[in-house]
Design a protein around this ligand. Structure first.
Ligand SMILES: [Cu+2]
Length: 109
């Protein structure tokens, strides 16, 4: 049953040449896609007034990021309480219109 569904999906895709012919890097189409990733790491410093946090984070596979230390803007509405220097946190980052990544979820780990 699952195999038949997969096959049907492949056939449906193959039968749509217009879709397959789309340029691989259609920026107009890409701008509507949400780019995000799940990370975890240790808070290095926090600037509550600027809602900015520096995190020593591990690799984020979905973004093809290696582990690194970097600053993130924290989106409005996200509670900064878990962001204490030295605290281990789990977070979700989402690409913004300007190309930077902002934290849209932050939790103590
Ligand atoms: Cu990074």
């Amino acid at each position: 049953m699952l195999r038949n569904l997969a096959l049907a999906a492949v056939l449906a895709f193959a039968a749509t040449p217009a879709l397959a012919a789309e340029p691989a890097h259609d920026m107009k189409a890409m701008s509507h896609a949400t780019v995000s990733g799940e990370g975890s790491g240790t808070v290095k410093s926090v600037d509550a007034a600027k809602r900015s946090v520096v995190i020593v984070h591990g690799p984020i596979a979905s973004l093809q990021w290696p582990g690194m230390t970097m600053p993130f803007a924290v989106a409005p509405g996200v509670d900064l309480a878990p962001a204490k220097p030295g605290a281990k946190v789990a977070f979700t980052v989402e690409k913004q219109a300007d190309g930077s990544f902002a934290i849209i979820r932050l939790a103590a780990q």
